[in-house]
Design a protein around this ligand. Structure first.
Ligand SMILES: [Zn+2]
Length: 187
């Protein structure tokens, strides 16, 4: 949705990271579909040797890895900004699916750290959350309005051995609440 929203304003390039997530193949397929539809170049990278087989989908410091690699890519490509898809404003303790590394504060600190790591470039690279405060419903509505086929996207944390959505993980349940799970899970 970030790419759709920012397509007119920026000369976009996409970045996908395979960090060993069990749904990497499906996510990369979905990212490629969006990139192809919007005419965006997609860069892909793969982290190996640091992943551990686990039932838990939690990957410690995932967004710090993605942020660091994004700064490296953005610098070499001459980008002015890194656009992040997270919608989270503030951290909420009462939401078990809210993480500090998705929040506005995290991305503000990432911007400071990233530019420091680049030795303070003359033109600072911004870290922006164009969907800040959006609801899941607004994302679905935005994708539909942009005519992005939902069946070309991916959301599930725990695909089965045949690569299909599980129907019971957090993301599958959320999509069911929105009435679009059937649309999003083909792969
Ligand atoms: Zn699922």
């Amino acid at each position: 949705m970030v790419a759709v929203k920012c397509l007119e304003k920026y000369n976009l390039e996409g970045f996908f990271l395979d960090y060993g997530q069990r749904y990497a193949e499906q996510e990369q397929w979905a990212a490629s579909n969006v990139a192809r539809r919007l005419g965006i170049k997609l860069h892909s990278a793969r982290l190996t040797g640091i992943t551990v087989e686990s039932e838990n989908e939690w990957f410690p410091a995932r967004n710090l890895y993605i942020g660091a690699l994004s700064f490296s890519m953005a610098s070499r490509l001459g980008c002015s900004a890194i656009l992040v898809g997270s919608k989270t404003n503030e951290y909420r303790e009462d939401d078990e699916y809210c993480w500090h590394d998705c929040t506005r504060v995290f991305h503000e600190k990432l911007q400071e750290l990233g530019n420091r790591a680049l030795d303070f470039p003359s033109q600072e690279i911004e870290v922006l959350q164009p969907l800040l405060g959006w609801s899941k419903q607004e994302v679905v509505d935005g994708l539909k309005a942009a005519r992005i086929p939902l069946h070309e996207l991916w959301s599930c944390y725990r695909p089965d051995k045949d690569g299909r959505s599980c129907g019971v993980c957090y993301h599958c349940v959320e999509l069911k609440k929105l009435g679009v799970w059937e649309c999003v899970h083909s792969a």
